[in-house]
Design a protein around this ligand. Structure first.
Ligand code: KG4
Length: 340
């Protein structure tokens, strides 16, 4: 009988709980926090308070939707990090007390590994195809931009990563200077669909090896706006679709250039995947799919619901640790910063 695992995710501004039987998803409840919109970004203290309010009803709903009683669970999993310390503390403390009260083993999960393992979540009545090992994954989120060589569910190596901002941060910060609310990434994606991606030329970084940089692009975007607004104060409003399309095109081509290099360096790899919040971007999804087809590689792209922060991906990662009986002690602290 496959284990029933309750998993908790609270690393940033989404409170989520999922119930899985093995890798099969039974429920995945996400409570997103709206309070941050008015501040143009996540306010850590407000995030922790909202997690405190959300965690009990979210877990309750996840168990109810799965039709699982807490006494039937085999383990409790939680995101250990990386993330906001206050947010992590809420999920970690809840998971520990819940597991202790029920006498269940605890499983700590690395949030970044979980984003990658979102590609392994099974769903009822779905095709459930997953990458074969080893594969290369482009992990792009609000806090990370990495190329990861995945040898097994528990053996991952970062072979390239950003030296400054993440791709999601570049989207969000450029959106902010255009006056869009947080998070700006999805708004840029929507407007880019009807814009001209060649309308404006933005700086592309010259960084060695497989590493990324997005801070120069952000500055280049800011200077473009500053110069154009001097000539026409309505410049942003009149050109927002073209600005978004040009920005998205530049971010995607920076991401794909280095990923193409990584593929060249790893001829043993036949499967490629994307993961993380920015992997919801339609321009990136299209470009990634076309790239894979051109190179005769099998392409894996998670469902939109599994690209953002969610507990189902924590459950998928926890399942592999459960198989190894790799449980953690109740005094294990959360980590704000931790590598794959
Ligand atoms: O993985 P995630 O939910 O949180 C982190 O762990 O960072 O990623 C959030 C990031 C934000 O920067 C958000 O703007 C970006 O993902 N994002 C997008 C899209 N949807 C979410 N960026 C571009 N296009 C999208 N469609």
């Amino acid at each position: 009988m496959l284990p029933l695992i309750l998993s908790i995710e609270s690393s940033c501004d989404d409170t989520s709980a999922a119930v899985m039987q093995g890798k099969l998803l039974l429920s995945n409840v996400v409570a997103s926090q709206q309070v941050h919109k008015q501040y143009g970004g996540v306010v850590p203290e407000l995030a922790s308070r909202a997690h405190l309010q959300n965690i009990v009803p979210v877990v309750h709903q996840a168990l109810a939707q799965a039709g699982v009683k807490k006494e039937d669970l085999n383990a409790v999993a939680f995101t250990r990090g990386p993330g906001l310390m206050g947010s992590l503390l809420v999920g970690t403390s809840f998971a520990k007390s819940f597991a202790q009260a029920l006498g269940l083993p605890l499983i700590d999960v690395n949030h970044l590994q979980a984003h990658i393992l979102a590609n392994f979540i099974d769903e009822k009545d779905a095709e459930n195809k997953h990458p074969e090992f080893p594969f290369l994954c482009l992990l792009v989120s609000g806090g990370n931009s990495q190329i990861v060589l995945v040898r097994s569910p528990r053996d991952m190596e970062i072979i390239g990563q950003t030296i400054d901002d993440a791709a999601g941060e570049a989207f969000d910060k450029c959106a902010k200077v255009m006056g869009f609310p947080y998070p700006g990434g999805p708004i840029i994606d929507r407007l880019a669909k009807v814009g001209n991606s060649k309308a404006f030329t933005l700086a592309k970084p010259q960084i060695k090896d497989l590493d990324y940089s997005f801070s120069g692009l952000k500055t280049s975007f800011l200077y473009l706006l500053r110069d154009k607004i001097k000539e026409n104060p309505n410049f942003i409003e009149e050109n927002k679709e073209d600005l978004c399309a040009s920005l998205q095109h530049t971010v995607v081509s920076i991401l794909m250039n280095k990923f193409a290099k990584a593929v060249k360096l790893h001829p043993e790899v036949k499967d490629i995947a994307i993961a993380g919040g920015v992997s919801a971007n339609s321009g990136l999804r299209d470009e990634f799919t076309e790239f894979g087809q051109r190179r005769h590689l099998n392409v894996f792209i998670p469902k939109l619901a599994f690209t953002m922060d969610n507990a189902a991906m924590i459950g998928a990662a926890a399942y592999y640790k459960y198989l190894d009986k790799d449980f953690c002690s109740v005094d294990l602290p959360p980590f704000a910063r931790v590598e794959i």
